[in-house]
Design a protein around this ligand. Structure first.
Ligand SMILES: [Zn+2]
Length: 276
């Protein structure tokens, strides 16, 4: 993977000699892992633009964190993308290491980097907006941009061309595993009424990226973007059910739209009833 093609620079700020070279090699390797997958190649191709170069540099604090977004260029006009990411933090002896095997979802090197690159992508396309409110059922995502970053990383985790990975992450507060009730297809729309408008907005903001995620990864276990773009009426029905908890209305809608009884059963059983 040629970094120049993607206008990416790996800058080992604060490091010299062998540690600086090691930093560049490790980050480049993790970018290669992302680039080899379908969803990763889509993300990198949608980010790349000559007027928005990206700098990846070490995270400045010794804490279990990484950041990504847009910033003013140090020289010249305009903005650039940045990621602060230190691979060592996420290794066996790093500040993010876990000894009990819990809280590991979305926490492998490339998964962390992918998440931050989604933040860069939203800045590169001028669509960064934390303001749309998340409903109570989505409070674990903190804000709209974290929802989008976690959502896309979960699609990356479900992408079958991504061979070495953890599991679906349940939100932005820690690295817990998503429950089976939340991971099922269409469950996102059922479990929170605010999910559908947010996904709709994301698809309107970034049509090329979301369409590619849908077209190239239509039948993976977790891809609410594809589910929305391919089955908008069904997502609408799920959202209505989640909002009004009206099982009859939901069943009637599905039947009226030719959804088979077996599929209805699979979708609705066991339904997590809001508020219970
Ligand atoms: Zn984030």
């Amino acid at each position: 993977m040629d970094l120049n093609t993607y206008y990416i620079t790996i800058n080992p700020v604060g490091l010299t000699g062998a540690p600086a070279r090691r930093y560049q090699e490790q980050v480049h390797e993790h970018l290669r892992w992302i680039h080899r997958t379908i969803s990763g190649a889509i993300l990198l191709n949608c980010i790349r633009r000559p007027n928005f170069p990206i700098e990846i540099r070490p995270h400045p604090l010794a804490e279990c964190n990484a950041t990504g977004g847009g910033e003013a260029k140090p020289v010249g006009a305009g903005n650039r993308g940045f990621v602060t990411y230190t691979p060592g933090y996420f290794g066996h002896s790093g500040v993010c290491a876990t000894s009990d095997g819990a809280n590991t979802s979305g926490r492998i090197f490339d998964e962390i980097l992918f998440h931050e690159l989604v933040h860069v992508f939203r800045n590169a396309t001028g669509m960064w907006s934390q303001s749309p409110l998340l409903g109570w059922g989505m409070r674990q995502y903190d804000d709209n941009e974290e929802f989008i970053a976690v959502l896309c990383t979960n699609i990356y985790l479900s992408d079958r061309s991504n061979k070495i990975k953890s599991g679906l992450r349940d939100g932005h507060r820690g690295y817990g595993a998503m429950s089976a009730a939340d991971a099922g297809r269409f469950r996102l729309f059922i479990n929170s009424a605010s999910a559908l408008p947010l996904i709709k907005q994301f698809c309107a903001d970034n049509p090329i990226f979301t369409k590619a995620l849908s077209d190239k990864l239509p039948n993976i276990d977790y891809n609410p973007v594809a589910d929305y773009l391919r089955f908008p009426a069904l997502c609408e029905a799920c959202s209505i059910f989640g909002k009004y908890n009206d099982r009859k209305k939901f069943d009637d809608f599905l039947r009226a739209n030719g959804v088979m009884a077996a599929v209805i059963e699979q979708l609705t059983n066991p339904l997590r009833v809001p508020g219970k």
